[in-house]
Design a protein around this ligand. Sequence first.
Ligand code: HEC
Length: 709
Amino acid sequence: MRPYSLLLLLFPILSCSTESGKYSKWTIYRGDEGSNAYSQLNQINTQNVKDLKVAWTYRSGDEADYISLECSPIIIGNILYGVSPRLKTFALNAQTGKQIWSFNPFEKGSNEAGVSRGLTYWEDGNEKRIFMFVYNKLIALDATTGKQIMNFGDSGYVDLNKNLRDDGKEHLEDVQNTSPAVVYRDLIITGSAVDERYQGSPGHIRAYDVRTGKRKWIFHTVPQPGEFGYDTWKEGNATSGGCNAWGGLSLDSKRGIVFAATGSASNDFHGGERKGKNLFANSVLAIDAATGKLKWHFQTLHHDIWDYDLPTAPNLVTIKKDGKTIDAVAQVSKQGLVFIFNRETGEPIFPIEERPVPASTVPGEESWPTQPFPTKPLPLCRQHFDESMITDISQAAHDSSLAKAKKYAWGSIYLPPSLTGILQFPGIRGGAEWSGACVDMKTGIMYVGINDIPNIVELKEYKPDGDDDLSGMPLSKAGAIIYQKNCASCHGDDRKGNQTFPPLLGIEKRLKPNDVKKNLQNAKGLMPSFASMPAQDKEAIVSFLFDLNNKKTYVADSSHRRPPAPKNRYTLKDYIHLTDHEGYPGVKPPWGTLNAVNLNTGDLEWKIPLGEYPALAAKGHPNTGTQLFGGGIVTAGGLVFIGATQDEKFRAFDKATGKLLWEYQLPSGGYATPATYEVDGKQYVVIAAGGGGRQRTKAGDYYIAFALP
Ligand code: HEC
């Protein structure tokens, strides 16, 4: 009998808090503060995983086609906390899936929906809090009751749009957050998601008092005059934002260091107004968690013009190299590269070489002449594209893809975007994505899902409003013009949307005019905020979208004079993949892979295609892999669990070999990272299955937990 088991019998309620052992709980997004999604639980293992059955299913009642449910739940004791597609936070009995409470941040019946990848838990004595993000709000809930804590921040929340620039002025910001914050002592520390177009907000990292919501420190990811890094912006950075850690943060609480990985500087695809290296964009940052002071940084890409955000917080790992044990930081990137650094000094573990890359020809652009390439591990997706790599799944697929591809330039990674168009490979969706990698903390082997699909990147001149005289035009006609300038780049000239953006044609079937106006107020996922758009313009867009045949005409608002458009501004024409005539990727498979990388040696242990399309499998092309969204977890039971595939399956692999040991057909895609936990001696594996989103498969509202019978 273990010495404390008597205590457990007497006080069963305490049993959860007396659980011992690192990596046995899942109280933090992605498993532990180092974001490794590793569990030492081994009840479910390579021998018995074939017997895994559904233990419970929870349905929130929410569905939202264009939102993917990306939440990885946390489990505190025997309560599971998660988020629904319409951003309701809920608490469930982790053994039965029965709801304990649910908190709806919106009015009842609202059409609002958004991405929340997870929650943050904090406790001190009897005080227990759940922190969630709803667009621009950091909300604190009482973990026991689900009631909003009204004395946190400004009446119940911290507004991320406030206290960002420290110049005493009010700015129209577009800050939101989609990934959970981390807690260090009594600070809650967070990155953000911001608009990636011209004049987007800066992605400064901030810490707030976990009790009051008061801002305690700020780290300027876009450095201010006088600060280190400011001189990496040749003409200053007044019109630039971004450089934001939208994929969450990792924490080394023992050393008191918070680690962030940042995205591109805005505007994404043209850096003419931000010449220079642009620190701290695309950088791994080690920041003193108590003070917000920078300890070290490494920029993985200089002057990004490809939207190659570092999409995920790094893994804090321990590796063995040359007989030494080293605490390290491993960062996966959208380019499919893996950068590994000494955790304390930021020194690369394997050499990283600066190699020359081709120069941009777009007017006003000064691309950076070299880029960093890790010598090890080798890239996890293809880094080059030529005619021999065009899909060969059928003659028709080949011919249709080649015909499209031939209109654009091809080449290797860091081929610069152009006005005539390039095939960008690795694509904008990675390589790695927000789900990041999981790492076996016993062996130092990293498991990571990787996309391998090219994009077509074509730039066009950016013309903001201002030049046109809309006055006197019928309102819906003016709306059509305003739509083309502000909305068509994503929702399509024809309003039909595409793989990434929802159609607005037929919007009247889903939304009311007022809902659309509300939609324009807040940024949501890739949808930017149009809060600063004149009311008349919003009215005109609505009139156009709903085909309101009213007699109103457009009256220019003299109080809102638009500034003349700066010259030499360029943006992306369209977010599109290179696809064949049926919509499959235009490159040879595999299109999505699961990779096992040994971080000690830098060598690839194994690589397998992940997922397939039943229609293609039936024609003799199984195992093509699919685009992936959602991460894996790795367990001491010898397993890697991952959903992520467009075939909507949840799978378990032997972590040693990559052999498929179990699979389950989910009711909708599991585009989220699973979690595993133990209650009363039983191990569960749970995944959110919300489908939809960028995968364009059927939407759902499920959380499904599995256990052995
Ligand atoms: C940079 C890309 C982008 C631009 C520009 C953009 N949108 Fe969106 N929009 C999106 C995305 C992505 C979504 C889905 C957002 C979500 O719910 O995650 C969306 C959603 C919407 C929705 C909700 C659709 C639904 O079915 O619920 C409306 C309405 C909408 N956008 C209108 C507009 C209008 C009007 C404009 C121009 C003023 C505009 N958008 C500009 C990307 C964009």
